[in-house]
Write a protein that binds this ligand. Structure first.
Ligand code: HEM
Ligand SMILES: *[C@@H]1O[C@H](CO)[C@@H](O)[C@H](O)[C@H]1NC(C)=O
Length: 509
């Protein structure tokens, strides 16, 4: 028995030293510093499992590095924290050296078959990604952005009075996630939106935990079977949607993407799977952002008052003269971005403070960064937004606290213009094309809730949830638990009929 144990220990020690030797002999002296801990090649996997999305920021705080190397089996990662290095990586001159690789992620989680993968990769290398090109074309600006925003807001103002009845009780995240999900997908997929079916919405939620398995588990088809069955149900719903012509009644972006993919030689049913990417973009971060924004507003009486005052000030009373029983108020939502500075500052601070965005790029050829750091071909560059958003050199000593008024002051506002300092939507040519669409709709949903309801935590007080189980792939971290709330119609608003309007003629952005 003792000899067996001794042999076991000897084998482990031997493997350990071999791996250490391998790690160091393959690490170039000019590469960014290798942060080493205990288990060669597995440190980062262990770290991510233990600390989740905060892992990379914790490393920076502990070691005070601008850039460093992490090693994984068959893969090296360069983690970049310093704004001056981020700026160089993002510069136009370096666009061909550091290339974003969202496509792999999309192919992985949509479950595209081999033939379709080959066609898509070939087409994208020649013509670019039809998915991102179309979303940029339709949602980034102009009349089509306005049309999509209006459609989403019309859906919210129709559904809110039905679901948010007086004294309604639910989790705050669940409440806003569901409303926003149906508004955004409804605006884009039109009347035949597959998510209108509660079973499909539930299947989507069942699929989400599977994404981490697809990314990090060696055997996702064993460890995430239930999630992948849920994914199949969503995919089937999209196949049916396209077969029955649902896309012909949708926002034109959807049929354009479908035709582009078919044009690449991808079978119709495989093209349908690619809608998982559009859905993920729409459904992953918006509800979570709305949750945190509302949490910070609702839990601070002073801020709540300021925001209500701003909103009531722009609402127009359209009651018929003399009719006191039926008062009507109209809120033109296009104006929020100009006339509600507190609400807008809170949205930006919510994004800054909570964002867990990690920008990922692949190094195309050996290169030297800032004449100092040697970076190897095929390595992955990761830029954790958290490090940047909590950097005291940029945001001052209060970088790690939530400051309701931060973005009211001009001193910090200037940082918003720089994607090396403020990057919840990413940066460069791949910067989120849905950012105006989503922020228009998020601000509108928050406005609709705040003017009409008091939202009371069932526990009596607001307790900030932790975010330990947030998904590493998500740009915004979900709270570890939902907060049960009760909606109470504000006494003064009980006799008022609110109308919420996004006027299509107005300019946006
Ligand atoms: C609060 C909500 C949202 C957040 C925080 C968010 C964040 C992000 C981030 C961080 C990226 C990566 C950018 C980069 O690599 O530089 C991204 C990409 C993208 N987002 Fe969003 N997003 C949101 C909502 C939306 C919505 C509603 C859509 C609508 C379809 C959308 C569509 C996209 C698309 C198509 C891309 C890929 C762009 C490309 O690679 O060219 N996003 N988003
Ligand atoms: C919020 O951030 C955006 C940039 O993402 C900026 O254009 C806008 O002015 C900011 N608003 C406030 C009130 O800070």
């Amino acid at each position: 028995m003792h000899t067996l144990l001794a042999v076991g220990v000897a084998i482990i020690l031997f493997a350990y030293f071999i791996l250490q030797a391998l790690l160091h002999s393959t690490q170039n002296k000019r590469e960014p510093r290798l942060l080493e801990f205990t288990v060669p090649f597995l440190d980062s996997a262990i770290g991510i499992m233990r600390h989740g999305a905060s892992y990379l920021q914790n490393l920076r705080n502990k070691h005070q590095v601008s850039i460093h190397t992490l090693r994984m089996p068959f893969q090296r990662l360069y983690i970049v924290h310093a704004p001056h290095l981020i700026q160089i990586i993002q510069s136009k001159a370096n666009a061909a050296t550091f290339v974003p690789n969202l496509l792999d992620f999309g192919i992985l989680f949509s479950g595209l078959n081999k033939d379709a993968q080959i066609s898509l990769r070939k087409a994208v290398s020649v013509q670019g990604n039809g998915f991102t090109i179309s979303v940029h074309k339709y949602l980034l600006s102009g009349p089509s952005l306005n049309t999509a925003t209006k459609a989403a807001i019309d859906r919210l103002s129709e559904s809110l009075p039905k679901s948010f009845t007086d004294n309604h009780q639910e989790g705050l995240l669940e409440l806003v996630r569901h409303e926003l999900a149906l508004a955004l997908t409804g605006a884009i997929y039109g009347p035949e939106n597959p998510f209108n079916d509660p079973e499909i919405e539930a299947s989507w939620m069942g699929f989400l935990p599977g994404i981490s398995h697809l990314l990090y588990s060696p055997f996702p088809y064993l460890t995430a079977r239930k999630a992948l069955r849920s994914r199949s149900r969503v995919i089937d719903a999209f196949k049916k949607y396209f077969r029955t012509g649902g896309h012909l009644q949708a926002f034109p972006m959807i049929s354009e993407m479908y035709e582009i993919n078919k044009g690449h030689g991808i079978a119709p049913d495989e093209s349908a799977k690619l809608e998982l990417a559009t859905s993920l973009a729409m459904l992953s971060s918006g509800g979570i952002t709305t949750f945190w924004l509302l949490f910070h507003i609702l839990s601070d009486a002073g801020t709540m008052r300021s925001i209500r005052d701003e909103l009531y000030a722009v609402a127009k009373d359209e009651s018929k003269n003399g009719d006191i029983t039926r008062r009507t108020k109209v809120l033109i939502l296009n104006g929020i971005k100009e006339s509600c500075p507190t609400l807008l500052a809170m949205l930006n601070e919510t994004l800054r403070y909570h964002s867990t965005v990690i920008n990922i790029k692949e190094v195309q050829h050996d290169t030297t960064l800032a004449e100092q750091y040697f970076l190897k071909k095929e390595a992955i560059v990761m830029i954790p937004g958290q490090s940047v958003h909590h950097n005291t050199d940029i945001w001052g000593p209060s970088a790690n606290t939530f400051d309701h008024h931060r973005f009211i002051s001009a001193e910090f506002k200037k940082n918003l213009a720089s994607t090396s300092a403020f990057r919840p939507f990413g940066a460069g040519v791949t910067m989120c094309p849905g950012r105006h669409f989503s922020t228009n709709v998020i601000l509108s949903l928050v406005a609709m809730i705040v003017v009409q309801y008091d939202v009371l935590p069932q526990e009596g007080q607001w307790v900030t949830p932790t975010k330990r189980n947030a998904d590493l792939w998500n740009a915004m971290p979900k709270p570890d638990w939902d907060i049960n709330v009760r909606l109470v119609k504000r006494v003064a608003e009980k006799e008022v009929e609110w109308k919420f309007v996004w006027s299509e003629g107005a300019t946006v952005v």
